[in-house]
Design a protein around this ligand. Structure first.
Ligand code: HEM
Length: 369
């Protein structure tokens, strides 16, 4: 849709879409404006009939700030950095499993298992419970092509809740050196998180951190297939990987946009927005805005600055960005080092993810030596 978005940026950058009962925002500056004025554009006021976003992702300040501050005390870039050995070990394990065969489905065998194993580890799920945890997570997030009935989904959500409430009480009795124990004890202005808030945060990690990262990893392989010279360059120069990850995030944003609701009548790009109308920031378009990114359709791993909006902007900026970046940098560097002559298996058609919110593919079979 790049050509359509280009046209929208020029001709109707703040566009009313009757099917959405709201506005789509295509230009970078307007998108940034919406995301940096949460007092006008709310994350909390949701439409009737839509599921509430979990935890503080779906809240406005001051509650959002309070909960985010507590979590961000322990979910710090430094703490994430310490996951390097675990991430490296999981990547090697996953590749060990497929290496003898010489082929894999990137999505099934690599992109999904890596982030969910890391999230499970963060939440302190022991190895013997990991398979169960994954099946609940797939059901809860409808990830990995799971097509559960609403009843099955409700049962899985309940099991997830019971499991974590039990874990929380275990951690209260016997604190450990893990994220959960630290979250239980973290406080701001004498206030701690309640059990319900802790549980909401577990759900948030899954919903915000699982499919998003999986699709980033999948999209990277789509990119390597499309630009084999880039893959080759990264093999020779792994130090360029951080820039490559940012460019993959810009060009194939696994989160396609962010939704807000206007709290007041206001104007944006010369249009009258009415109170209660939905305003959707289209990251997929803003990331290609020529006023921000020279020659935007060129895939350039050396692009600097590269201020894409794929992790959002402003007070809700993705708290998991350091983790997503670290998983992608480590995972892709090791994959390129270990897998040579990567070829897409032409016999199997690639299916895109069927969601307006996610850019990604549902399968990506490759062969390698
Ligand atoms: C928020 C994208 C990975 C945790 C967000 C937002 C975006 C985003 C766009 C802001 C949404 C809004 O403003 O409405 C992504 C992408 C990821 C990724 C593209 C991977 C490529 C992760 C991971 C975690 C995580 C791995 C944690 C394990 C969060 C949390 C928030 C958030 C906690 C809420 C922040 C707040 O509301 O203050 N993410 N995310 N994300 N993300 Fe991520």
């Amino acid at each position: 849709p790049l050509a359509v978005f280009r046209q929208m940026r020029q001709q109707d950058p703040v566009h009313f879409d009757p099917r959405m009962h709201g506005w789509a925002v295509f230009r970078y500056d307007d998108a940034q404006y919406v995301l940096s004025h949460p007092q006008l554009f709310s994350s909390e006021a949701i439409l009737p009939g839509q599921p509430h976003l979990p935890s503080f992702l779906g809240m406005d300040d001051p509650r959002h700030r309070k909960l985010r501050n507590i979590v961000s005390q322990v979910f710090t870039p430094r703490m994430i950095e310490q996951l390097t050995p675990q991430i490296t070990a999981v990547v090697h394990q996953l590749l060990d499993q497929v290496a003898p065969q010489g082929h894999m489905d990137v999505i099934r065998d690599f992109a999904y298992p890596l982030p969910i194993t890391i999230i499970a580890g963060l939440l302190g799920v022991p190895a013997e419970d990991q398979d169960t945890f994954r099946s609940w997570s797939d059901s809860l997030t409808a990830a990995n092509g799971t097509n559960d009935t609403p009843e099955a989904r409700a049962t899985n959500a309940q099991s997830f809740q019971d499991y974590f409430l039990q874990k929380l009480s275990e951690r209260r009795r016997q604190p450990q050196q893990d994220l959960m124990s630290r979250l239980i004890n973290a406080e701001v202005d004498g206030e701690k998180l309640s059990d319900e808030e802790l549980l909401e945060f577990c759900r948030l990690l899954l919903i915000a951190g699982y499919e998003t990262t999986a699709n980033l990893l999948g999209n990277a392989f789509v990119c390597f297939d499309q630009y084999p010279e880039v893959a080759e360059k990264l093999r020779q120069h792994p130090e360029f990987m951080p820039g490559a990850v940012e460019e993959i995030l810009r060009c194939f944003p696994s989160v396609a946009g962010d939704t807000r609701v206007a709290l007041e009548d206001t104007t944006l790009g010369g249009k009258q927005i009415q109170k209660h109308q939905v305003v959707s920031v289209v990251a997929t378009s803003a990331n290609y805005d020529e006023s921000q990114f020279p020659d935007p359709e060129r895939f350039d791993i050396h692009r600097d600055p590269n201020r894409h909006l794929t992790f959002g902007y402003g007070v809700h900026f993705c708290l998991g960005a350091p983790l997503a970046r670290l998983e992608a940098r480590i995972g892709l560097t090791i994959a390129l080092r270990r897998l040579q002559n990567i070829q897409r298996d032409p016999g199997q058609p690639i299916e895109p993810v069927q969601s307006p919110f996610i850019i990604g593919v549902r399968n990506f079979p490759i062969t390698f030596t």
